[in-house]
Design a binder for this molecule. Structure first.
Ligand code: 9MR
Length: 462
């Protein structure tokens, strides 16, 4: 008996010892165990990414660093308009697909860059204007976002649309001249094409509270108030030899609007401050709970568009620089993103099925229009993509009615204007998609809370 009790006591002590050791290890690992950028960022619920030139994926020093240190990638050029639609209506995804495959094989997420931008447009688009350009641009957004649907963490839907200098207004460009609503039209089209991707506006010289960042801030606030689907703002952060004192406060004011923020193209001029600035930017992101990730614009100094600035975290031989150490330490020291999921903003993680045929013949006069719905539902919400087909006489405009289940309500609409949000809701065409030729098809969409069950759209044409 005594012997047994002694044995039990010894076992208890041993188990307690193991538990204590285990707990110490667990605590240590939560505090600062990361030894690579990707591991340290992931421990804090974030990603750490690099811009990649796919041509370098066969260079071993390059790919070794990329796979070891980064869990997110963005194409430096391969997903831009000139690369993906070199001739109008002819799409080329070779480079983008290659990057996505590399990412999937190596546990990396992908940022998409960029659907619309005034630079790197294909020649055919540079020569266009007015509604022809607007339609081509929206079609580009729809096609490219559809091709990559379900594979992109965040899209830069629109890049660099604000002017430099003191005004805080839009930059003049062929896209801007199609109408001030071109940005929201692009976001709506992107949401309809890939409801699971976060949709970002991305720009540079926004590294503090200044006229340009305030112009963008006002746009985001307006979009949020009107239900234009925007989820994030990218701060490129191509930096010189100093960092604005209000860099973090600027990120925070955007986060307070209800969008995520991301550092999207970080690089810093060499000089005494380079390592310090890299560390400070990383700390600022860590201190903003909606700052979900950091991307540096290249891997080694020699990969950078900034050439002799030596602006990145690794030297040309692949050695870690002092800036690397500062970034890693800041990731390890920073707080984790709180893990409670936000209840009001649930982007679906699985892509919707591609255009299933309507299960019931849609009502509507034969020469009017018909509508069918494709639903992507999750617990507590849904995204509905509605296809409108013109009858034999075409349409000048259309109006689609749906009756929502009890308790359901519409929270966001794109490519249509909604009247009402509960019960029977009507969706009218917007300027650019009301006029359809015989048999022509257009799509609009809406997001809702509650159940999407039983939505059967009916269409009337004018
Ligand atoms: O790094 C990119 C470089 O290879 C291209 O030649 C250049 C063309 O405009 O674009 C560079 O990337 C830019 C990014 O797409 C948007 N923000 C500024 C980046 C640096 O110019």
């Amino acid at each position: 008996m005594n012997h047994r009790r002694a044995l039990r006591a010894a076992v208890t002590v041993a188990v307690t010892g193991v538990l204590a050791a285990g707990m110490t290890m667990a605590l240590t690992s939560t505090a600062s165990a990361g030894t690579t950028l990707r591991a340290s960022a992931a421990e804090k619920g974030r990603y750490f990414g690099a811009a990649v030139a796919t041509g370098k994926l066969s260079t071993s020093t390059y790919v070794t660093i990329l796979n070891r240190e980064f869990n997110s990638v963005v194409a430096e050029n391969e997903m831009k308009w000139d690369a993906t639609e070199p001739q109008q209506g002819q799409f080329r995804y070779t480079g983008g697909d290659r990057l996505v495959s590399h990412a999937q094989a190596n546990g990396m997420s992908v940022r998409g860059h960029a659907l619309l931008w005034h630079q790197q447009q294909p020649g055919w688009a540079q020569g266009m204007s007015g509604s022809a350009l607007r339609n081509a641009a929206i079609n580009h957004v729809t096609q490219v976002a559809t091709h990559f649907r379900g594979k992109i963490h965040s899209w830069d839907v629109v890049n660099e649309a604000f002017a430099d200098g003191g005004g805080g207004g839009r930059r003049d460009s062929n896209l801007q001249r199609t109408g001030n609503d071109w940005i929201e039209a692009a976001f709506r089209a992107a949401r309809a094409a890939d409801p699971g991707a976060k949709l970002c506006y991305n720009d540079y010289n926004t590294d503090g509270i200044n006229a340009k960042s305030t112009g963008i801030y006002n746009m985001v606030r307006d979009f949020k108030s009107r239900g234009v689907p925007i989820d994030c703002v990218g701060f490129q952060s191509h930096l010189g030899t100093s960092l604005a004192g209000d860099y973090q406060a600027n990120l925070q004011r955007f986060a307070d609007l209800g969008v995520d923020v991301q550092i999207t193209e970080l690089d810093v001029m060499t000089g005494g401050n380079q390592a310090t600035i890299f560390g400070a930017v990383t700390r600022a992101c860590m201190n903003v709970s909606r700052c979900t990730g950091i991307t540096v614009w290249g891997v080694r100094d020699c990969d950078s568009w900034r050439g002799s600035d030596n602006a990145l975290l690794f030297d040309c031989n692949g050695n870690k620089k002092a800036a690397y150490t500062n970034v890693l330490n800041a990731l390890n020291a920073g707080p984790a993103i709180p893990t409670t999921p936000p209840p009001t903003d649930p982007p679906p993680t699985t892509p919707p099925p591609t255009d299933p045929p309507p299960t019931t013949p849609p009502p509507g006069t034969p020469d009017g229009c018909s509508a069918s719905v494709s639903l992507n539902s999750w617990n507590g919400g849904f995204v509905a993509t509605v296809k409108v087909t013109a009858g034999s006489a075409g349409t000048n405009g259309w109006n689609v009615g749906v009756t929502l289940a009890s308790g359901a309500s519409v929270t966001n609409t794109w490519s249509a204007t909604a009247s009402g949000s509960t019960g029977t809701v009507r969706f009218a065409n917007v300027d650019y998609n009301g006029r359809l030729g015989a048999g022509q098809v257009t799509e609009f969409g809406f997001q809702g809370t509650g159940s999407g069950a039983g939505i059967t759209p009916t269409c009337t044409a004018s």
